[in-house]
Design a protein around this ligand. Structure first.
Ligand code: B12
Ligand code: SF4
Length: 618
């Protein structure tokens, strides 16, 4: 596709031919609909968690950038977030049958009658074609109507370009960043402007073949902000329909939240991560003034009080970040804004100067990428840092009790990690002594990372967190496998199966975050612990250990009454679940349930006794 046609100064023949054909069938082409598909899998839906507002509801930032980039065109454009709308409906209407969700799309289509529909989606990596999937079902529904030119983009579509085109589920798939590509494509479809340079990454199927547009890869030069696009986005409604993560829930579920982004891309190229493939090499900054104006607008005119950072590498350009945070401080002072970075910060980039600015500008917490405790695995995944450098930063973080900091760890790396290496990760997590240790199982997250998937796995719809992969958010168990302290007797050179990995995950999680949590020990911040665990419980209403430990946290803070309420909730869940009763025995928690501590000292002593049990096995 490198030869140039006559009509367009830099166009590609097959794209032009295909666009001409489409234009015959779908005209006039002046109405564009941008759609965010539901971001969750309907066959793993948990309506109780949705009604607790525990599902993700992110404003459609990617589509807002597309809308902004299309703003100079003579088109009528609308942006609808079906993820938000389905969640809202499920919350508002107890009789709503979610199987009929595509009717919501029909309502939008009937009203607007768009000639071009562009759809975005991000779900867990899943089987897109043999099971119900929101993007696949939505595209099939649109194509069946044969009334619209259908364009798919965003992470899920970018992972399955050929699959979507070969099955005739859309006319175009746009891979990766979309601003330049959608404009180049619309040059052909609308013929109103022809001044966008040729760009690769536009895929379509024509004359029995999948084609890609030509040209040079050009990362989008980001300028301006999304203020104008917010007229399409009811940002005030998102907190009533879902959440961003536990940090947004910690700030109160009625607190209006939003997002901001200062950089696109990441300096690193960790082997398990899809960012480099998806966003391209290197980091690009937004203009600080423009990003600040957007935050100011959201705070002053739309009532947003809590933000989540969308950057993969917020600290990539420390001077830019420092300037941004410094100018955020007045908003913190005038409107008590808060922000969090659950997506994670690169540990080695944290400095005292940046941490001071983060504190002053309202940061309440963040995750840091540690991933592994063994040097071999850190090298294997190209993670910047060593256990020694991580310990140095973790020591610095102990001076900032205002932040609730979680370390991100992965176990089962590349299907090659031995139990001894996992144990190194576990021990490092204890040494770092952070507020939380987010252990996850190594999983395929995109096609780009699929070559590094665990041996023998097909890469199904598995979430990073094992308890989130089933609608009940419960783990299924094989009782022949070790669980609790006995996990530590697994021979060093074992390559654990996926089933055993789940038990290791549950044991590490229980030992570090609950039984051995620093905030449930003398000198810890039990108030922060309780807020965090209660934020988690919104997504895990049937989890008895979260209820139990929230109750213990309450007792440490002096609120025995609430502690007893939480204990009763835990007992109620246990009474209904033989499986949890079995696990409570294994984790040495049954005794705590029987003799629930009455005061702070009793909590400390009880947890020290159980921790000793884990330590002797370790
Ligand atoms: C915020 C975020 C989330 C949010 C949800 C965001 C949302 N809008 O729904 C949460 C926390 C829920 C999330 C979860 C997950 N995420 Co996430 N997430 C991000 C993050 C950090 C920012 C996304 C963002 O807003 N970017 C900013 C905007 C401008 O970019 P964008 O949305 O990608 O949009 C651009 C292009 O994609 C494209 N585009 C998007 N839509 C469309 C549509 C059309 C028609 C066109 C033409 C173009 C187009 O144009 C836009 C402008 O350039 C990105 C990393 C990153 N920095 O981008 C990871 C990222 C998207 N997530 C990723 C993953 C893997 C996940 C999970 C699957 C992880 C997991 N296993 O749990 C989950 C699954 C989500 C789920 N639904 O359950 C991967 C995707 C990799 C891939 N190629 O598939 C990314 C790239 C990070 C990574 N480490 O690799 N995520
Ligand atoms: S530092 Fe984080 S975002 Fe960057 S490549 Fe590594 S895992 Fe991905």
């Amino acid at each position: 596709m490198k030869t140039l046609p006559m009509e367009h100064p830099c166009a590609s023949h097959p794209l032009q031919e295909y666009a001409k054909l489409l234009k015959k069938d779908f005209h006039p082409l002046k109405k564009v609909l941008l759609l965010q598909a539901p971001q969750f899998l309907f066959d793993a839906i948990n309506v109780d968690v949705i009604r607790n507002r525990g599902y993700y509801a992110y404003p459609p930032t990617g589509l807002q950038w597309l809308a902004t980039s299309l703003s100079g065109r003579d088109i009528h454009l609308e942006l609808h977030d079906l993820n938000l709308q389905v969640l809202q409906r499920l919350i508002a209407d107890p009789d709503y049958d979610f199987h009929t969700w595509l009717e919501m799309l029909d309502d939008v289509l009937d009203q607007l009658q768009p000639s071009i529909v562009a759809v975005s989606c991000l779900t867990v990596y899943a089987d897109l074609f043999n099971k119900p999937h929101p993007l696949t079902d939505l595209l099939a529904h649109l194509m069946q109507k044969n009334s619209h030119i259908v364009i798919a983009g965003g992470p899920t579509a970018s992972n399955e370009i050929e699959g979507y085109l070969q099955r005739n589920l859309c006319h175009f798939v746009i891979d990766g960043e979309g601003e330049y590509k959608i404009n180049y494509l619309l040059d052909f479809l609308l013929e109103d402007t022809i001044d966008h340079p040729e760009v690769p990454g536009i895929f379509f199927s024509h004359a029995g073949q999948v084609h890609e547009s030509g040209g040079d890869v050009t990362p989008v030069a980001i300028s301006g902000n999304l203020i104008e696009s917010y007229r399409h986005v009811a940002v005030e409604a998102y907190c009533q329909a879902g959440c961003l993560n536990p940090y947004s829930r910690m700030m109160g579920q009625d607190t209006i939240y939003g997002v901001f982004q200062l950089h696109r891309g990441c300096r690193c190229d960790c082997a398990f991560c899809g960012v480099r493939t998806f966003m391209g090499k290197g980091v690009r900054s937004h203009q600080v003034e423009a990003a600040l104006a957007e935050v100011r607008y959201l705070v002053e005119e739309r009532g947003v009080r809590h933000f989540e950072v969308l950057d993969d590498d917020l600290l990539a350009l420390p001077a830019v970040t420092a300037q941004f945070l410094d100018q955020l401080i007045p908003l913190r002072q005038s409107h008590s804004i808060t922000w969090a970075a659950n997506n994670g910060l690169i540990t080695n980039s944290l400095t005292k100067e940046l941490l001071d600015l983060m504190k002053a500008s309202g940061c309440i917490g963040f995750k840091i990428g540690i991933e592994a405790g063994s040097n071999e695995m850190l090298r294997r995944m190209k993670k910047p840092g060593t256990p020694a450098t991580f310990k140095k930063i973790a020591a610095l973080l102990q001076n900032y009790p205002e932040f609730f900091v979680g370390g991100n760890y992965i176990i089962g790396l590349f299907g090659e990690e031995t139990f001894a290496q996992m144990l190194q990760t576990y021990k490092l997590s204890i040494d770092l002594n952070l507020d939380w240790s987010s252990f996850s199982l190594f999983q395929v997250t995109s096609k780009a990372t699929a070559s590094d998937k665990p041996h023998g796995e097909s890469g199904g719809a598995i979430d990073f967190i094992p308890t989130k992969s089933a609608p009940s958010r419960e783990l299924l168990e094989d009782r022949a496998l070790p669980l609790g302290p006995e996990v530590f007797a697994i021979p060093d050179d074992t390559l654990p199966s996926q089933e055993l990995l789940k038990n290791i995950w549950l044991t590490f999680n229980m030992a570090t975050n609950y039984i051995g949590n620093k905030n449930l020990a003398p000198g810890g911040d039990a108030v922060a612990f309780v807020r965090w665990v209660n934020a988690l419980r919104i997504s895990y209403p049937d989890n008895p250990y979260m209820a139990l430990f929230a109750g213990l946290g309450q007792v440490v803070t002096g609120n025995l009454k609430q502690g007893l309420v939480d204990h009763a909730q835990s007992a109620d869940i246990l009474a209904r679940s033989e499986s949890w009763r079995y696990r409570f025995e294994k984790f040495q928690l049954a005794g705590l349930m029987k003799n629930f501590p009455n005061d702070r000292e009793q909590v400390y002593n009880a947890l020290v006794t159980i921790t000793a049990e884990y330590a002797t096995h370790c």
